[in-house]
Design a protein around this ligand. Structure first.
Ligand code: AMP
Length: 187
């Protein structure tokens, strides 16, 4: 199964992807996690990325695509993957289509998790307490939501036009949302 998860910051993509990874036995590939790992490792790329991430802006398409390509080349991704956090804009969506076509592994499903904007802010405030991510402060979250609305939301249409988009409601319990996703993947 080759799946792209879409949704605003705080929509529950990461949480759902972690559960789906167990359920479907395919890797969860989060470009945010890959970038945070580079930041933690203190690489040059990580240092440059941190400045951008702490402002809630998008890291350059080429850098993120390069990281993603490397990750997709690992053996475990041959059986499929759950993409979380990529594509983040229309340029990345086109880059991803091209990359996946080249390796003969086009995306099969894109699932949009829809959540109320107010709920998003509340969820991220809770995550900030639990995880202490440096980009979960109220001000940066507001910018990340703006970036989502301006740059990432159009990606939804990209997948709609490709005929592989499903939209599910992200409100309710984690298990409930998981069941909704599994239902659209199975039928
Ligand atoms: P996330 O964990 O998906 O919320 O990502 C955290 C931050 O990493 C984002 O706010 C961006 O700064 C950066 N990031 C993650 N994925 C991408 C991407 N596909 N393109 C550009 N920047 C990204």
């Amino acid at each position: 199964m080759r799946l792209v998860l879409l949704g605003a910051p705080g929509s529950g993509k990461g949480t759902q992807a972690k559960l789906l990874k167990e359920e479907l036995n395919i890797p969860h590939i989060s470009t945010g996690d890959l970038l945070r790992a580079a930041v933690a490792a203190g690489t040059e790329l990580g240092k440059a990325a941190k400045v951008v991430m702490d402002k809630g802006q998008l890291v350059s398409d080429e850098i993120v695509l390069g990281m993603l390509k490397e990750r997709l080349e690992q053996d475990d991704a041959k059986k499929g993957f759950i993409l979380d956090g990529f594509p983040r804009n229309l340029v990345q969506a086109d880059m991803l289509d091209k990359l996946l076509d080249e390796i003969n592994m086009p995306a099969e499903h894109a699932v949009l998790i829809e959540v109320d904007p107010e709920e998003v802010v509340a969820r991220i405030a809770k995550r900030a307490e639990l995880e202490g991510r440096s980009d979960d402060t109220e001000e940066v979250v507001r910018d990340r939501i703006k970036v989502y609305e301006n740059q990432t939301a159009p990606v939804v249409n990209h997948y709609k036009e490709h005929g592989i988009l499903s939209e599910i409601l992200g409100q309710g319990g984690i298990d409930q949302v998981q069941q909704r996703i599994l239902a659209v993947l199975r039928f």
